[in-house]
Design a protein around this ligand. Structure first.
Ligand code: XMP
Length: 524
């Protein structure tokens, strides 16, 4: 039987913000891909078993002294290589061409003329000029440019500001593109990747949700055998998909522990139980821990102290419950591929801590549980596709992210039950209206923040002196940077009215118009 990982592509990362996007595009084309840093040990790169390599873009200049380099041995492997942006410039520089900086950067749309009829771009075009030249609408983002082709290369694409916007050595199957085919603004981007992957590298299209599910189930069954497995179910996308997947793979051997912290969204605990326990027949233990969390949070106002308190108590409670599952041999976790990349980056000091994020983690040491992480190879969008394919409701699978400490960091300062209940209602109204107005999927994350200050208001029969809430909605791709969502005024007005009419404790609603940076998405 063929393994769906057999046809695989290795992406060498030169630090581009688009590197993960390249890996996702490759997988969308049905080919398994992984990302290594450009300076990974060469044996790891050559032993990976790639059918081809993609070199990402990056923020450096090949003209700088300590520039990142393409591992020299890569050119001797005889496998196809596609260099993008910095990746192309590095190929040009290292194989005897020339890169220059003319002091002009180019960001944004460009119209590229495809030249030279290469295997990579043949018959791929958006439109043709009056003279019959094929043109591509692409996304450019670069400072340097290639000034001279290396020996053996021919011109593959050009624009006015980048006369060498693409180059190819078809004999050695080495290609370079100055523009970014992974970005959706490059309309033929997927066609270009598909051409590289299927025709030039000879990869099939085995990497599909269906095949991933089948392979993961077989793998889990083989590893776990007849053992019992426990899983911390949070209601979030990742743990929900793990639950559905493991339930399908090992049925009754799975026990989920759902810790209701009292800091969850409106009716969240009930919904988790309805979906998993009632509809799917998954064995779920619900731990009602609201009192304990509120007690632990009493007197705490500093956001990091609150995060630590919530995280630690969560682990304590999870361990207590897990400890009762005497027969469990395995702990399942919803780790996904970006977590794996991030913790690899953390080892080399590349990741930067802004807030201490907590996830269900903390393997109970003395329980000696082995880890099963069925999503470890997957990107978030792949996890979602699998979730839908496994029959989870779309609404659940495409939910906005929710922080581990929950409403604990959305009630500014000290947390108490009254504030949490009020916030839950306001948040529910906002989310419900976003859905009603078909705006929920247009924003990346939306929620309400509770401000423990009081403000004067007036209603028909008198003065009100009550709390303030802020609506927060952002658009982002990676949650590292974000723009506040430009929601229509009439919509904001409607939400504001509903919140103030329906929730007595709130006398004022504001809308947060801070970007990230300098603001963060959450308020704490
Ligand atoms: P910030 O506020 O740092 O948030 O711009 C970026 C993303 O991370 C989420 N977030 C958290 N997630 N534990 C989590 O699991 C946390 O402590 C935490 N703090 C922020 C936030 O909701 C956003 O999606």
């Amino acid at each position: 039987m063929t393994d769906l990982h057999d046809d695989r592509i290795l992406i060498l990362d030169f630090g581009s913000q688009y590197t993960q996007l390249i890996a996702r595009r490759v997988r969308e084309a049905g080919v398994y891909s992984e990302i290594y840093p450009w300076d990974a040990p060469f044996e790891q790169i050559s032993d990976f078993g790639a059918r081809g390599f993609i070199l990402s873009g990056g923020p450096e200049s090949t003209l700088a002294r300590d520039r990142p380099e393409v591992p020299a041995g890569l050119f001797d492997l005889g496998l196809p290589i596609l260099g993008i942006c910095y990746g192309m410039q590095a190929i040009a520089e290292q194989l005897g061409g020339k890169v220059e900086n003319v002091g002009k950067s180019e960001f944004g749309y460009a119209s590229v003329r495809a030249r030279g009829h290469t295997d990579l771009l043949r018959d791929i075009q958006d439109h043709a000029t009056a003279e019959g030249h094929g043109m591509l609408d692409v996304w450019m983002s670069h400072g340097d440019r290639v000034a001279e082709l290396p020996p053996g290369f021919k011109l593959m694409a050009s624009t006015e500001s980048a006369p060498i916007a693409g180059m190819a050595d078809e004999e050695r199957r080495i290609y370079g593109l100055q523009f970014h085919p992974e970005v959706t603004h490059t309309r033929q981007g997927m066609a270009i990747y598909a051409r590289f992957l299927h025709q030039i590298c000879g990869c099939g299209s085995e990497w599909t949700s269906h095949n991933i599910i089948e392979a993961t189930i077989a793998d889990v069954r083989e590893r776990v055998g007849n053992d019992e497995v426990i899983l911390g179910l949070s209601g979030g996308v990742d743990s929900s998909v793990v639950a559905a997947l493991l339930h399908k793979a090992i049925g009754e051997q799975l026990t989920c522990i759902f810790v209701d912290t009292g800091l969850l969204r409106y009716r969240e605990g009930d919904l988790v139980m309805e979906q998993f326990a009632e509809h799917m027949g998954v064995h779920v233990i619900r731990v009602d821990a609201e009192q304990r969390f509120l007690a632990r949070l009493e007197g705490l106002t500093d956001p990091e102290d609150k995060r630590k308190a919530i995280g630690n108590l969560f682990i304590e409670i999870f361990e207590e419950e897990a400890g009762r599952q005497n027969d469990a041999k395995w702990l399942a976790q919803g780790t996904i591929y970006p977590d794996v990349i991030e913790s690899a980056g953390a080892k080399t000091g590349k990741a930067h801590l802004i807030k201490s994020h907590h996830n269900v983690g903390g393997l109970p040491e003395d329980m000696k549980l082995d880890l099963v992480e069925p999503l470890r190879e997957l990107f978030k969008d792949e996890v979602r596709h699998i979730g839908v394919e496994l029959g989870l409701p779309r609404e659940m699978v495409y939910r906005h992210p929710f922080p581990g400490p929950g409403l604990g960091v959305r009630i500014l300062g000290e947390v108490n039950k009254k504030f949490a209940d009020t916030l839950r209602l306001a948040d529910h109204i906002f989310i419900e209206e976003l859905r009603n107005h078909d705006l929920y999927d247009k924003v990346s994350q939306a929620f309400v923040v509770f401000l423990p200050v009081k403000s004067v208001g007036v209603t028909g029969d008198g003065r009100r002196y009550n709390h303030v809430v802020s609506l927060r909605a952002v658009e982002t791709i990676d949650f590292m940077t974000a723009r506040w969502a430009d929601l229509p005024y009439h919509f904001l007005d409607h939400v504001s009215r509903r919140i103030m009419n329906e929730i007595e404790d709130i006398s004022r609603v504001v809308y947060d118009i801070s970007g990230k940076p300098p603001g963060t998405i959450e308020w704490e």
